[in-house]
Each structure stands twice: as C-alpha cells, then as structure tokens.
Design a protein. Structure first.
Length: 470
C-alpha cells in the first residue's frame, strides 16, 4: 500500500439508522445481525460475516482501487469495469508529505463519477500532529472516505498500535467520525488480542491479506472485513483494465449498490453544518525545532525568537539563506513527478542554507544528484543508511568544503535512524554498528565551530531518537 482530506462530514442523525442494505437484517442469523447500537452505526460494520473464499469472483461484489502517484491510470479503460466504483488514494505521510497526484486524481475521479476517499500513511511520531496535517491538507467532504494506514501495529519506526489509537481519537475529535483502519493480518491479530473495548472497534476494518482463501480471520474486535485488499504488486490476484498489475485492489463486503449506499462507511456525530474543528497542536520545543529544521528541512516550523541572542542570529541567517535558495532544476509537467521534485528541492535547500560559500547552491544540487536519496522512508534501514554513507564519503573527499560543518550532524542523525531501523528489523549487530557510527559522527558535530550545528548536535545527543516524540 502507498501514500488524504477534510472539509468535513455532516449527516443528519436520521440518516444513520443502519449500515446494512434495507431489509438485509431480517434474513440474517441472530449472531450476525447488525447490533442496533451507536457503535455499529458509526463504524458501518458489514451486516454479513463476509465471504473469505475469493469474494472478488462474485460478479455482484464491489471493487475499490487504492493508488498512489506512481500507479498509472487509464481512466477510459478503467471505466469499462463497472464493479470498480470507488477510489481511495494515498494522500499524506507523516507531517509534511503530500502525494503529488492526489488533488489532480481527485478532480478527475469525481468528474467521472467515482466515490472518493483518501488515506494517511502513519509514521512514528506525534499522531495528533499527523492527524491534523492529514485533515488540514485534504479537507475531506461529507461524501469522502477517510482512513489510516497502519502498516505494523508493533513498529518502532512506523506508526504503532498506541499511536494509531491516538490518531483515530484525534480524527474523531475534529470530524465527528472515525476513520477506516487499514492493516494487515498480523496487526489485526495483535489489535484483536490486546485492544478489545477500545476505539478500534469504531473503525471499519480495511483488511490486507494476499491470499485467496482465509480461514483464520482474527475475530475479537471486528466480526469481518469491510474492505479486503487482496491484490497488489506483492501478489496479484486480479487484472483490471486501465491499470497495471501492481495496482492495489480491494473487494467490498457487499454489492455495488451496498457500497454506494454505505459510502463513506463512517458517519459524523456532529450536528449538521458544523465546521471542521481547528487543530490545536502546540509548537515543537525550540530544541527539536532547530534540530528538525537542519536534518529534515527549513520548511519545518521554527521561531528564531525562541533562542538566545547569539543562536538567534545564526537561526535567522540560516532561514534567510533557505528562503533565498533558487534551484536550477526544471519543474516537471507531470503531477506524478512533482513530489519527487519538491523533495529534491528541499534536500538542495537544506544543504545550501548551512553555508555562506558562494559555491554552496551549485554543490548542493550536485550532492543531491549524486546521492539520489529516498523520498519516502518506510521504516527500514536502507534509506537513512544510504544517506549516512554518502555523507561520510563526501566529507572524506571534501574535508574543507562548504558542508564540512554540517555533514557530521546529518550523518550522525541518519546513522541513528539506521540503528533504530535495524532494531525494528531484528538485526541487533547491525543496529550496534550503526550506533557506533552515530556516536563518532555526533562527537564531531558537538565541537563544530558553528553554534547552530553545536546546538542541534546537543539536542540530538539528549533526544537520542531519529524522530522527536512530542
């Protein structure tokens, strides 16, 4: 699954009387009837237990695709498959990344009559801040599905179970409804065992399982799936017109008419015409704001007035250089390429802003071009370790270059991120190796002749984490 929305969902209470097709309840066995509680109405849980034996083969079941910017779509060909009635597009990652194709695709999909939804890719870090970024960015309408992508409930690098629960609560607080929860079998099993009686039960389950026959669905919180992601690049089980085999395809637990009737699967408990509640997130602590601006980018919020006079001067100078930077890189015409383009510019700007050397801008562009960094970290070691190795190599080759004070800090941070990723991957020896590299680079950064670098290095040493925990 890959890399959402909010104007906000408003529904009159009388419209929430059932999530099942009209008349479906009476014919069901008692154990499978939809409970007449606010919880079942809110969650939009399917009335039926669900077909776990290739339900997509049933010509009456509804299909949903969930693309991201790198999945090409031939809209005219896709329209020839009438069972595909909804699209859930990757929207946001963390607190700063937006899928570049999101709004373009949303406009096209709605013009062609598709039901629309979005999802947020959760990463480690403040889940309330991520929820706010997601909602404030995509501004979902009352007819748009909202969802959280929980890739690994036990993760230390991506959003985990506790963080996702906080994300869900934050979305409910601001919108009056719960998001759909995307997760895989392993995570659904963990949640069902350890989180009964929580708000997870309010979130319809979007179940990722790449099998054709499921006999061990983890009941406990959910009676069944609402959506089942059964086909992707990992294991393609269906070909659809207009998309490639790597497209994620989902089956809905019901017919096309059922899906149209129940969309967007959760309903708001707020009064009709209520505005989206504004976010109320405190600013990052000054120490973290400074470090994050240096290792992630000058687009991170930072207030120079929060620092002592000498440091404030350097912060202001850094921000001025960042704002003044102009890349010579040509902006791509295709929306699908703009996210990578923006990430490239951000990387160049981050380097150019740390030096007053007139060569810095050109060298920053050359650095980024040679490195070709990842633009979507997904919790594993390869992306941060590649950046750390390259920073070390560049520093060794250019010990007195314009980035010589900055690169030890960047390398230290990326080595620490790599160590945490290896911990997550269950490779303690590799994690220890990366931590030794982190300590070596950090010791260099802490004695930098640049006050800005020294202050950020001291914060990294005190924090001891790749991401701030706020």
């Amino acid at each position: 699954m890959r890399l959402l929305i909010i104007a906000f969902l408003i529904v009159h209470p009388l419209a929430l009387q059932t999530a099942a097709p009209l008349g479906a309840q009476a014919s069901l066995p008692a154990d499978f009837r939809q409970e007449s509680t606010d919880r079942s109405k809110q969650a939009g849980t399917p009335a039926l237990p669900g077909n776990f034996q290739r339900p997509w083969d049933d010509p009456n079941t509804a299909l949903v695709i969930d693309p991201f910017h790198a999945n090409p779509i031939d809209w005219d060909k896709l329209k020839t498959e009438p069972r595909v009635v909804a699209i859930i597009h990757k929207a946001t990652i963390g607190v700063s990344k937006l899928d570049p194709a999101y709004f373009t695709r949303k406009k096209e999909a709605k013009k062609r009559g598709y039901l629309w939804g979005s999802y947020h890719w959760g990463v480690s870090g403040n889940p309330e801040k991520q929820a706010d970024y997601y909602l404030d960015t995509v501004k979902p309408g009352d007819d748009e599905l909202i969802a959280l992508d929980l890739e690994d409930a036990a993760s230390k690098k991506l959003m985990n179970a506790e963080e996702s629960l906080r994300f869900i609560k934050r979305v409910k607080e601001r919108t009056g409804r719960y998001p759909v929860l995307y997760t895989n079998h392993k995570s659904a099993k963990l949640l069902s065992a350890k989180f009964k009686g929580t708000e997870f039960a309010e979130a319809p389950l979007w179940y990722a399982r790449f099998k054709s026959d499921v006999t061990d669905f983890p009941t406990g919180i959910w009676r069944s799936y609402t959506l089942w992601q059964f086909s992707s690049e990992k294991f393609s089980q269906m070909a659809l017109p207009g998309v490639k085999p790597d497209m994620d395809i989902n089956v809905y637990n019901g017919t096309v008419d059922d899906l149209r009737s129940n969309w967007p699967l959760t309903r708001s408990s707020l009064p009709a015409a209520s505005p989206l509640k504004p976010s109320a997130q405190p600013a990052a602590p000054p120490e973290d704001a400074l470090l994050d601006a240096l290792v992630w980018g000058a687009d991170m919020k930072i207030d120079p007035k929060a620092y002592a006079p000498a440091l404030r001067i350097e912060v202001e100078q850094h921000l001025r250089r960042a704002r003044a930077y102009r890349s010579k890189r040509a902006e791509p015409s295709k929306p699908e390429s703009k996210m990578v383009y923006c990430a490239q510019i951000n990387y160049e700007r981050r380097l150019a802003a740390v030096s007053t050397d007139p060569r810095a801008a050109a060298l920053a562009a050359a650095y980024e071009k040679r490195l070709r960094p990842c633009y979507e970290w997904e919790g594993y070691h390869d992306c941060p370790e590649r950046e750390a190795l390259f920073a070390d190599e560049y520093q060794a080759a250019h010990p007195r270059g314009p980035f010589s004070d900055y690169l030890p800090l960047l390398a230290a941070h990326r080595w620490l991120c790599s160590a945490e990723a290896y911990d997550y991957e269950g490779q303690p020896a590799e994690a220890e190796r990366c931590r030794r590299m982190y300590e070596q680079r950090l010791s260099t950064a802490r004695v930098s002749r640049v006050l800005l670098i020294c202050a950020a290095a001291e914060r990294l040493a005190a924090r001891g984490k790749c991401f701030a925990s706020r």
